[in-house]
Design a binder for this molecule. Structure first.
Ligand code: OGA
Ligand code: MN
Length: 223
């Protein structure tokens, strides 16, 4: 991470331009980016307030791909999720941020990102998500994964780290503490990753930029 991380210098727009530039460089050179205090304080405030105010009935147990065996799911992931549709100020602001990043990365890196889908996630104490990939060669329409953490005053001993692995060597490349405002972005096909159990409630947003897989037989609309 650079010395600029977390410094509140310049306007919000200037800080965003610097962040987007750093993300693009990270992705171009190593395929992933981890940035502390990445997102504007107002947007972080909106999101972190919204996620704890949402009624728990809106959160549903997360699935794993097309797998419908709940016993198996329990052994792979335990989090509850709520898809983001843009129905309130916090969600609209988040989707706007993602749209700006999408446009920037398309111009800078020619990624051809076409749509964005994201959900809030809540991991209760003890919940985990075993090592997995967000996309696989062949069915690859998820190109770029994004995670932002909403946990105020997270301590190292609270656990819940995201471990990012190299697909080639299986070595651990990064261990990310899910603290407030930390942003993780990685190429969805290239980095297996896992979420370790935590001792506290752990809140995040996970999202994916996709390319358009429409063809004449099947239209794949943006969500
Ligand atoms: C996911 C995921 C990581 C995290 O939802 O696919 O890997 O740190 N989340 O919450
Ligand atoms: Mn994942």
């Amino acid at each position: 991470m650079s010395a600029r991380d977390g410094k509140s210098v310049g306007s919000a727009d200037e800080r965003e331009a610097i962040l987007f530039d750093e993300i693009a460089q990270d992705i171009a050179t190593q395929g992933y980016s981890i940035r502390a205090n990445a997102i504007d304080a107002r947007l972080m405030q909106l999101l972190s307030e919204h996620v704890v105010e949402m009624p728990s009935s809106q959160f549903k147990r997360a699935g794993i791909g097309r797998e419908e065996d709940h016993t198996l799911e329990d052994s792979i992931r335990g989090d509850e999720i709520c898809w983001i549709s843009g129905e309130c100020e916090a969600e609209t602001a988040w989707l706007g941020w993602a749209e700006s990043l999408q446009q920037y990365l398309n111009r800078r890196l020619f990624l051809g990102l076409f749509s964005f889908e994201s959900h809030f996630a809540h991991y209760a104490p003890g919940d985990f998500y075993k090592k997995h990939q967000d996309a696989f060669d062949g069915d690859a329409n998820r190109i770029l994964s994004v995670v932002i953490y909403l946990n105020k005053q997270w301590r190292e001993e609270d656990g819940g780290e995201l471990i990012v692995y190299s697909k080639e060597t299986d070595e651990s490349l990064a261990k990310v503490i899910p603290g407030y405002g930390t942003l993780v972005i990685f190429l969805s096909e290239e980095f297996p990753h896992e979420v370790l159990p935590a001792t506290q409630d752990r809140y995040s947003i996970a999202g994916w930029f996709r390319v358009n897989t429409s063809n004449t037989a099947r239209v794949d609309p943006p969500k």
